[in-house]
Design a protein around this ligand. Sequence first.
Ligand SMILES: *[C@@H]1O[C@H](CO)[C@@H](O)[C@H](O)[C@H]1NC(C)=O
Ligand SMILES: *[C@@H]1O[C@H](CO)[C@@H](O)[C@H](O)[C@H]1NC(C)=O
Length: 368
Amino acid sequence: MASPPFQTSWLALALVVALGMTLAPRTEAARAFFVFGDSLVDNGNNNYLATTARADSPPYGIDYPTHQPTGRFSNGFNIPDFISQEIGSEPTLPYLSPELRGQRLLVGANFASAGIGVLNDTGVQFINVIRMYQQLEYFQQHQRRVAALIGPERTKKLVNQALVLITVGGNDFVNNYFLVPYSARSRQYSLSNYVPYVISEYKKLLMRLYDLGARRVLVTGTGPLGCVPAELATRSRNGQCAAELQQASSLYNPQLLQMLKDLNKKYKSQVFIGANTQQMHNDFITNPQAYGFITSKVACCGQGPYNGIGLCTMASTLCTNRDQYAFWDPFHPSQKANRLIVQQIMTGSTKYMDPMNLSSIMALDSRL
Ligand SMILES: *[C@@H]1O[C@H](CO)[C@@H](O)[C@H](O)[C@H]1NC(C)=O
Ligand SMILES: *[C@@H]1O[C@H](CO)[C@@H](O)[C@H](O)[C@H]1NC(C)=O
């Protein structure tokens, strides 16, 4: 005779099976995530390359769960990590990681590479980095590997339903146009002509991304480029944000947004979603205390004025509480700032997210 506990657990098992069956389609729908761009979103590809643009030694990663450097340009998590958490998936692996194989291919991949820009001639000083056209080729290669696993039909669906993040453009100013006085690009273009040129090349990349199957693409603008500790240390007077870089970002961001709108009109769908990272960073700069920061000018890790000179290494000055700093190193936001940025991406008003925030998108897409 079956004892009551047995019956109870049998009932529980039946319930789990029934629930499992109703939940199964949802689990399968846990969307893939693909990441493209530069150091703001690179999570370790450059570790595998012969390049000087790398974050694979301490104190990078000091607040990461393993407390080890990973290649992320952060003391801990970066923006893609927090987005992965929000969409309920494991973090994407760098495309060059040997661990990216088998079922893990279905989670997505991170193709980003520190130092790159929209233009091929951006970041040449870093030597061996994965430029945008190459990231897109890898995306194609990734899809072939997924297709070998689940077939072309399901692969197409996986890519169409995926979330894509692209963060690129800042280096086309910092590590190209303004890298040295009288740079080749600055002799070729005035700033007001260079910006539309970069935007027109960026548009081609986004159209290629669409052709490769991307249908939901978060596109971040640049932050206020002249306000990062590196520029405060080298280009600013009295701690004011550096004027020429501020001019660059204030020209670039509205034109980027307009280009995204044009593309959405062309494709008759809200494929491209603009994230106003300039506004998000400006909030930190205007009122750091409101976000729990003691400063948005001084980097946690670095040396010289604003800790803005050189690289963040074991020899640098290192702050004790990283959460109190908007900037981790001379160029990159801290884990805490990244978390706040992703909160705005998730729930921000149209001032931050155009045409809508990621919560709204996820609600829309779950009904399809
Ligand atoms: C970048 O280089 C690739 C490969 O040489 C080329 O196909 C692409 O058109 C170039 N892009 C730009 C913007 O020049
Ligand atoms: C997201 O954006 C919509 C539309 O702008 C807004 O109504 C909503 O409050 C925002 N936040 C969340 C969590 O959806």
